[in-house]
Write a protein that binds this ligand. Structure first.
Ligand code: SF4
Length: 508
């Protein structure tokens, strides 16, 4: 089902005509498309540009592409969809970033370091562009959304700047680039249904976006301002995408959303009991019977919405894997309040307790931020204590990084860089030790592992994941009749447990 098509809206953000072979860096400064009175002028200019400068497609307009993805799984899933669109348009995947005819950086802005990395990557491509004017440079994702037109001022060599909400409209936007325009597509819009055929990196495990954007207002987080308001896909469309994956022999799917537990609250309909009709829990029941799919995962969860009903569904539904990624961010209630997270540590602990009552061996992973503005030594120690108390399987840690347009960025109690570094180092050591200890529970167990491929670092091994999402390396037996295919689930006896992976041998 199509929610809305943003085709026309996608170019309203900003578009500047220019000669396809010569960059006119000042054109975009002429217009301000935020002003309604100028929209008409802009549309006229655009139409004229397209009519006059529309190029006949030639061999040189279709070439090879390269995508570098920064950041989270959502970005990786978006990159797969954009790669699918590019291949549908006739581009082929380049073998080298510096030989590609179109280079797309799908960016992240969750931390300043991620942002700086993009600029450094761009610098090298800009040099190429000066000698290869037909090279297309695209910046997509959260940095593109955050910076918009100002990115074009900083890097006038760019051809297309597009926010995450415009991923499904890439072909249309590139057509405008081919017509000799610089395009900025960053305005908030309804996301058109997922019509692209993703070029997926894995042929076994597929990501399926179920909700875009986020309505929370965590005081450190830039996501709501770059990914916009929540937009849930309709259950039928999600089921149909998963069915297509199953038809193509995919075995595992991961449902994705920035705040996946909020799925469905923007969809119509409620039950007799007065709750929303299409929640994440309902969706899990709805998609569970799709033949061929053996494992279902979902990420990322928010403790505020992680309900008992969801836990029960995960327990009841065989295909839903016993791995839960539930960021806690801080182990201190006052810091959680300042972060505007909307839960307490007691509530968080209760969720984990409820999961472990029904699924004692479930893997629990999380995200944590240290050195949030004003965080005292004792408040920081509360985070260390929570990690030890819960016994997480893994925690993704980060030192707080002030992000533009977020409340906490302008508070005057920022923590010194030296303290951030110390805290990060200490928490990482704790996480590594905790994970190693926690992983010992697998030793001598027989685990079901879904084979995803060869170990790229050691091709005498195959690798896959347990249901609890532990990466597992398995020696390929020599001189036996053992046959396997990628996508098989095999029983593996675990004989080595490290902090972040396991090793084992096949059980007959
Ligand atoms: Fe950011 Fe909070 Fe939304 Fe997560 S829930 S994406 S941290 S605003």
């Amino acid at each position: 089902m199509v929610k809305a098509v943003a085709c026309g809206a996608a170019i309203r953000g900003f578009e500047s005509p220019r000669s396809p072979s010569k960059i006119r860096t000042q054109d975009y400064l002429t217009f301000n498309f935020e002003l309604t009175s100028l929209n008409k002028t802009f549309c006229n200019v655009l139409t004229k540009t397209i009519q006059e400068e529309k190029k006949t497609p030639t061999d040189s307009s279709i070439g090879s592409y390269w995508i570098t993805t920064f950041g989270c799984q959502m970005n990786k899933a978006d990159s797969e969809r954009m790669a699918g669109t590019l291949e549908k348009m006739g581009y082929s995947k380049a073998i080298d970033e510096f030989k590609a005819d179109l280079v797309l950086y799908n960016t992240c802005t969750i931390r300043d370091s991620a942002q700086q990395k993009v600029y450094s990557f761009l610098g090298k491509q800009i040099k190429r562009k000066h000698s290869l004017p037909n090279l297309k440079l695209v910046v997509a994702g959260c940095l593109a959304q955050q910076e918009g037109e100002s990115l074009l001022r900083r890097v006038p060599e760019l051809d297309l700047i597009m926010g995450p909400q415009h991923v499904n409209n890439l072909e249309n936007l590139l057509e405008r680039v081919d017509s000799g325009n610089q395009v900025v597509a960053t305005e908030e819009t309804f996301i058109s249904e997922d019509i692209t055929n993703a070029r997926r990196d894995s042929s076994i495990c597929g990501w399926v976006n179920i909700i875009y954007g986020c309505n929370e207002r965590c005081s450190y987080c830039v996501v709501p301002s770059v990914r916009g308001k929540e937009q849930s896909r309709y259950p039928d469309a999600i089921r149909s995408e998963i069915q297509t994956l199953a038809n193509n022999n995919y075995k595992e799917i991961t449902l994705l959303g920035q705040n996946i537990d909020a799925y469905g609250r923007d969809l119509p309909g409620s039950t007799k009991e007065g709750r929303k009709k299409n929640t994440l829990t309902d969706l899990l029941y709805f998609i569970h019977d799709i033949d061929g799919i053996r494992r279902i995962r979902f990420s990322t969860s928010h403790p505020k919405y992680f309900s008992k009903r969801l836990i029960k569904a995960c327990y009841e539904l065989d295909k839903v894997c016993e791995h839960f990624h539930i960021p806690f961010q801080s182990g201190n209630d006052e810091i959680l309040r300042l972060m505007a997270r909307g839960y307490t540590i007691d509530k968080y602990k209760k969720i984990i307790e409820n999961i472990r009552i029904l699924m004692p061996n479930a893997s629990i992973t999380a995200d944590a931020i240290v050195a949030f503005p004003g965080e005292t030594e004792n408040q920081y120690k509360d985070t260390l204590k929570l990690i030890s108390d819960i016994g997480f399987d893994q925690v993704m840690t980060a030192a707080y990084s002030p992000r533009p347009n977020t409340p906490a960025a302008i508070w005057n109690n920022q923590i010194a860089e030296s303290v951030k570094k110390e805290r990060l180092k200490e928490i990482n050591e704790l996480v590594e030790n905790t994970s190693r200890k926690r992983n010992q529970r697998y030793l001598n167990n027989i685990e079901s592992v879904l084979i995803e491929g060869l170990n790229p670092k050691n091709t005498s091994q195959i690798m896959g994941r347990t249901r609890t999402n532990r990466l597992t390396f398995i020696e390929i037996p020599k001189n036996t009749e053992f046959k396997y295919e990628f996508g098989d689930e095999i029983n593996v006896k675990i004989n080595e447990a490290r902090s972040f992976s396991l090793s084992g041998q096949i059980c007959n």
